[in-house]
Design a protein around this ligand. Structure first.
Ligand code: HEM
Length: 537
């Protein structure tokens, strides 16, 4: 082959490739199948979903979408077929019962490998979701949630034991390198509270959904046992003859984080790109491995429970006993999928929220004092309180709501597909197949609702007269049939965790810098360094 021919072929191939790429990028813009051309938004986002994927991978999706709303107003096109709508009145239309919207392909990126069936969160089929939701809603009824309280109190007992130990060490000026490092200055101990809230939340959900705590609070480390491979691997394994499962120790908190970031980015990309990325890009390959490891946790726990039936009162027992309308219980694969869903949905949601609330209460000493005055008056001592003692404390509730508003753990606009026949939202008609979302982070910063001090942590706004507008705009648990099914449990946990922390300790921030965050599916604090001192009463 002569050089001239080789060069010409290369140029030709390059030209065809460039043309094909240009056509791929421009075609949806030119054809505009969802009639969204007049919706404003960043120029690149109108052409390709890579704009949204890039900011998702950077962990800044909600912040960037928020900036676009400040620039363009209520409607912003954040991907060629996706419009973000900043309007609380759009919540019932986009997420409510009866409008026919469904979860889009985005949620396929959250399906666990090695389990065999989808869990409640990533089920997209309406009938399948209704069946599962009826079963799981019963499990989370308030009566059941209250019966889980002893598990939460036990974990909190271990949590304060560890913090007390470090407070004493801090007074002796000792220090340690674990959990991001801690040091005592003779008065306080200075530490990163994020890993501790993670250990606490994971131990609680491990105890409730998997039959026993992961043991993170005892070990002071991120460690859990996972089955290797999927359910099929369980049957063949000779590793543990009594349970017939082969397990490895995995850092559950780390893999859950990796999995959240991986799935939230992957979900934004076209489905055909996904296998290519997991094959050739190490970051995606690592994310996929995390998804597998996470499934292994649930596989191991459910296999253990099925092999050794137990009298425990926990989520797993309630799921085992639950039946659908036809009287059928959940099969082993469905049980595994739901236990895994609860681990994923119920762990770092709670720990990220607890950590952010601790940050803001520490940052505003006036709020901390007022909260402690309410807790001191209501609680006889500084041990772990009961839910009964806390459930009617208005300032505690206001502190939690304000933390959920300002931090917005679930921050992104959760995407939904417009059904056949189209949908009118806030005076705009959207054709079938368009993706819509209402961005919670932006709703929680709407100055016309929250006032000019929207960036200030001010729990008093929850105790003021006119609550109608702010309640309508407050969206931490989402809306409608796909809203958080674990909301009652989440609120009880947050009340117990925040009250225990601030009744027992005085908390200062090491630095007043803004809370650094990174968003995967959830918006997570990256760390939160505080100075702890046991209060003397
Ligand atoms: C502060 C803590 C929590 C927050 C902010 C939160 C928020 C949310 C949000 C926004 C959704 C909707 C997700 C979507 O549509 O894509 C959701 C769904 C869900 N949450 Fe939570 N959650 C929390 C705690 C919990 C807990 C403790 C559990 C259970 C142990 C739980 C279980 C679930 C489940 C199973 C779903 C899927 C529901 C469905 O699709 O029908 N969550 N949560």
């Amino acid at each position: 082959m002569d050089l001239d021919f080789a060069l010409k072929s290369l140029l030709y191939a390059g030209g065809v490739g460039t043309l094909a790429t240009t056509a791929y990028v421009l075609l949806p813009y030119v054809v505009d199948p969802h009639h969204l051309r007049e919706v404003p938004g960043p120029f690149i986002a109108r052409l390709t979903n890579l704009w949204l994927a890039y900011w998702s991978a950077e962990g800044k999706r909600s912040e960037r979408v928020h900036e676009q709303h400040l620039k363009y107003g209520k409607f912003v096109r954040i991907a060629p077929n996706h419009v973000s709508i900043n309007d609380a009145d759009a919540l019932p239309v986009v997420y409510g019962h009866g409008n026919g919207t469904l979860k889009p392909e985005f949620y396929d990126a959250f399906v666990a490998s090695g389990v065999g069936v989808r869990g409640l969160f990533n089920t997209r089929n309406r009938a399948e979701h209704s069946r599962k939701r009826k079963i799981v809603s019963n499990v989370f009824a308030q009566k059941n949630v209250l019966s889980f309280e002893p598990h939460i109190i036990e974990a909190l007992g271990k949590f304060i034991m560890q913090w007390d130990r470090m407070c004493v060490a801090g007074q002796r000026r000792e220090s340690g390198s674990e959990q991001g490092g801690w040091r005592g200055d003779g008065d306080r101990v200075w530490l990163d509270c994020l890993p501790w809230y993670n250990y606490l939340a994971f131990d609680i959900i491990g105890d409730l959904a998997f039959g026993s705590p992961f043991g993170m609070l005892d070990a002071c480390a991120d460690t859990a046992n996972a089955a290797v491979g999927g359910i099929a691997a369980l049957k063949d394994s000779q590793d543990d003859a009594s349970l017939n499962i082969k397990t490895i120790s995995v850092p559950a908190i780390r893999i859950l984080n990796e999995r959240g970031e991986y799935s939230a980015t992957m979900g934004v990309l076209d489905p055909w790109m996904r296998p290519l990325l997991t094959r050739f890009v190490p970051w995606f390959a690592q994310g996929q491995q995390s998804v597998r490891n996470l499934s292994g946790l649930a596989v191991a726990a459910v296999a253990r429970r099925l092999a050794q039936p137990s009298e425990r009162n926990d989520l797993l027992a309630k799921l085992q006993n639950a039946i659908d309308e036809d009287g059928n219980p959940l099969g082993p694969e469905e049980l595994t999928a739901e236990a895994l869903t609860q681990l994923i949905a119920g762990s770092d949601t709670t720990s990220n929220s607890s950590c952010a609330i601790a940050y803001y209460v520490a940052k505003y000493p006036r709020v901390q004092l007022k909260l402690q005055q309410e807790l001191d008056a209501a609680l006889p001592d500084d041990g772990v309180p009961t839910y009964e003692q806390l459930k009617r404390l208005p300032y505690l509730a206001a502190v939690i709501n304000e933390g959920l508003r300002l931090h917005s753990t679930s921050a992104m606009g959760l995407p939904r597909v417009v059904p056949e026949g189209g949908l009118s939202v806030a005076g705009h008609f959207f054709p079938p197949g368009a993706i819509l979302s209402v961005p919670t982070y932006t709703l929680h910063r709407e100055t016309t609702v929250w006032g000019a001090d929207v960036d200030t942590f001010r729990p008093e706004r929850w105790l003021e007269e006119d609550q109608q507008l702010i309640q309508k705009t407050f969206n931490p648990f989402s809306w409608g049939p796909r809203a958080c099914v674990g909301r009652n449990l989440a609120m009880m946990e947050l009340q117990l965790i925040v009250a225990t922390t601030f009744r027992r300790y005085h908390v200062m921030l090491e630095s007043e810098d803004p809370l650094e965050t990174r968003e995967g599916f959830l918006r997570k604090p990256l760390y939160c360094r505080i100075g702890l001192k046991k209060r003397s009463l």
